[in-house]
Design a binder for this molecule. Sequence first.
Ligand code: FE2
Length: 229
Amino acid sequence: MEEITAEILTEGGGRARADDIEEIVDMGRRIGEVYDRTTRIHITSKGGTDITADISGMPPGYHSKRRRQIPFARNPETGRLGGGTWPFGEVHVEPLPETTNGVVVWDVTAHHPPGRWENPVALTIKDGRVVDIEGSHEAKAVRWYLETYGDENSWAVGGEMAIGTNKFCAPNTFMMRSEKKRYGQMHFGIGHGSDRGIVNSILRMEGIVDSVTVVADDTVICENGEIMV
Ligand SMILES: [Fe+2]
């Protein structure tokens, strides 16, 4: 469920105006500057997420440069429109393959099964690979989806670890397109890597970890869903 809805445009993240977008961009730049000098990331949540990974190895200044750009802006040199996501507002990193270890708990919703979840799903990740999926009906549905539509690398990490930075995206919409950008939550993806071009898969499956705490080396980037940098 990644579709845009009228509610997102009129009551959610789509309400961000030009000055709000500039604020989101500046927040992204600040987080990006920390990521540019980070080796180890540690992500926790009240829902039970506790995971570490190595996020080093990107070109110098990669994250801050990328986040400094206003979305969909016209390049003055080429005249072409730049990219972006809508609603706008996330800062992600992709870990180095085989370095992610711990447990990720998707506790709101995910690409599948869509809509409101009654039970969280815990993914156990060992050396950058999902080795167990625990929970109730939702966990069975996640496993079924990966086994039915995925390939070998759909279970790899890969993916992305992304903090939402849009304060206009309301909680409890249970729509991935909006939840992904909601301030202070994380969409944690497995499968196809977002940036490195190393982990390739036909799927990237993402789910929401609410109110994350993200520590990059010794810098607290986000604490219980509040961005600190
Ligand atoms: Fe993302």
